[in-house]
Design a protein around this ligand. Structure first.
Ligand code: ACM
Length: 522
């Protein structure tokens, strides 16, 4: 072989190497405005050069308090496994190296709101400023996505690493951006719930709604009614052994979420979807005889006795204990599909439960059927099924959480070939899940009426976290973006390209995602 040929092969090899490197880092953008950020920020401007580092960094805080130190530790915990070097967390006024990430809260930037942040990346410094620690936390998720996806793998990787210079100004469109996990149909332990929390936090969601009781299981310890978990916690769909959270374990979950600025909203569904309670507490039944435990998937056959005083004493105990476990403002009381409760019983029942929730210092959330009742202005209705129910809620002056099943239910199959999930509301491919605007979906319901959006995962067909992930990803980043990014700044054709760059992140995070053909995966 002549040297010409050899040189050609070497050049080709070099080219291949460059190409391989480039495709192995699809998330690295030479220009900040090209970074595949989800949710898409309000404003991104590029600057000259890169912030380049190779090993540990200084992380500086502008104020020494537990909140700022814990944010610095969160960043340190994220960086260290990949860089292999510890970062030094520094107090104000101390400077060790020229290269640092500065985290700061600043009273002067209140116009960014509770969750907004400003990120300024220059060759020597990354400055993340926000009005509150919560805003700093959301901004840290942006820094995560600006770093190579391999940082998510928690294994040492070879540096140096670069983030392109520029500035990002960002804040959310809606204050409520949530996901729901049904731990009643199938039970998922605290480690699964914590993983779920980490995954939604990475996309700047701020609410986890836990569906804690249904016909098939009761999942939260209530100390005044121990039989709820002793009996009602022992089953699940298909007949498995179920499970429940002790109050201690539940508090740990709430704290884990709070550390990520995520509010847990507990739901006890009523008056329907209550067989697990009816099987556990005999006095809840008309004849004081417990029902049999149930492991099927039919809905709408059970009801609490709305005309029995015992029911309200019991509910007051449950809601009081749940409120004590809940730092957030809301208790969700379900209220959906009470097909065997007459409207004349259902309507005053919900009103009385609303009083109990308020008396325990919380605001009520109910599924859209609850708008049949007289609602207080602090109450929130969650639209899932009937637009007329949501519109009635708006007419009664309550705010709406948008969870339209045909767009936002994570348990709907992607297409007829999807193994897990259901399809009673239709198939929800990744584009169907993304292409809608909460503020125009239902005529007469506008942004002012909407608290935010939530994507629920019902668990009739999923039994473990990997199955959960296959329905949640890659749709969840789309719901996170609908909640965060203004509708005029969202286009499916552009979003699908950004989403394609997240395959690498899903892999590094070991997320079992569905590789939809609608997305150009990198
Ligand atoms: C619901 O999906 N039954 C709220």
């Amino acid at each position: 072989m002549g040297t010409k040929h050899l040189r050609f092969i070497l050049i080709l090899n070099g080219l291949l190497l460059v190409l391989t490197f480039a495709t192995a880092n699809p998330s690295f953008a030479a220009d900040l405005t090209k970074a595949a950020l989800i949710p898409k920020p309000v404003s991104v401007k590029s600057g000259a050069g890169n912030f380049e580092f190779n090993g540990g960094l200084d992380i500086r805080v502008n104020e020494v308090n537990p909140g700022m130190i814990s944010l610095a530790k969160y960043l340190d915990d994220f960086l260290t496994p990949a860089t292999g070097s510890n970062n030094v967390i520094l107090e104000p006024g101390v400077q060790k190296s020229e290269k640092y990430i500065q985290l700061e809260t600043d009273d002067a930037i209140s116009q960014l709101g509770k969750e907004g942040y400003e990120l300024t990346i220059s060759p020597g410094t990354i400055r993340l400023s926000a009005h509150t620690p919560e805003g700093v936390f959301r901004g840290l998720q942006t820094i995560r996505q600006l770093l190579p996806a391999s940082f998510e793998g928690k294994k040492p990787i070879k540096g140096p690493w670069k983030i392109p210079c520029g500035t990002i100004l960002d804040y959310p469109e809606y204050t409520y951006r949530g996901a729901m996990l049904d731990v009643a149909r199938h039970f998922f332990g605290p480690d699964d719930v914590k993983r779920f929390i980490d995954l939604i936090a990475a996309y700047k969601m701020n609410v986890l709604h836990l569906h804690l009781a249904d016909d098939q299981g009761w999942r939260i310890e209530i100390k005044s009614w121990p039989s709820l978990t002793k009996i009602g916690g022992t089953t699940q769909v298909g007949g498995g052994k179920g499970g429940f959270y002790t109050q201690e374990v539940y508090k740990e979950i709430v704290q884990y979420a709070a550390d990520r600025f995520i509010t847990i909203i507990p739901e006890i569904d009523m008056p329907g979807h209550t067989n697990a309670a009816l099987a556990s507490v005999p006095e809840l039944n008309p004849d004081n005889q417990p029902t049999k435990l149930y492991t099927g998937t039919k809905v709408g056959f059970s009801t609490l006795q709305t005309n029995k005083e015992f029911t309200y004493k019991f509910l007051n105990d449950v809601i009081r204990e749940l409120s004590e476990l809940t730092p957030g403002p809301y208790i969700h009381v379900g209220g959906d599909e009470s097909h065997v409760t007459k409207n004349e019983d259902y309507i005053p029942f919900i009103e009385r439960v609303q009083e109990i929730v308020l008396a325990n210092g919380k605001q009520m959330i109910g599924w859209d059927e609850t708008t049949l009742s007289a609602l207080k202005p602090s109450t929130v209705a969650q639209y899932w099924s009937k637009a007329e129910n949501a519109s009635r809620g708006v007419a009664k002056g309550v705010k709406i959480i948008m969870s339209p099943a045909a767009k936002a239910y994570l348990d709907m199959k992607y297409n007829p070939k999807t193994k897990l999930g259901l399809h009673w509301a239709g198939y929800v491919e990744v584009d169907t899940g993304y292409k809608w605007d909460p503020a125009t979906l239902v005529p007469g319901i506008t942004k002012e009426n909407i608290l935010g959006i939530e994507c629920p995962l019902w668990s009739e067909t999923v039994t473990n976290i990997k199955q959960i992930e296959s329905l949640v990803f890659p749709r969840l980043p789309g719901y996170a973006e609908i909640g965060w990014t203004e509708a005029t700044n969202r286009k499916w054709e552009e979003y699908r390209v950004r989403l394609g760059c997240h395959a690498e992140r899903f892999k590094a995070m070991d997320v079992n995602y569905y590789p939809s053909a609608k997305v150009p995966w990198k």
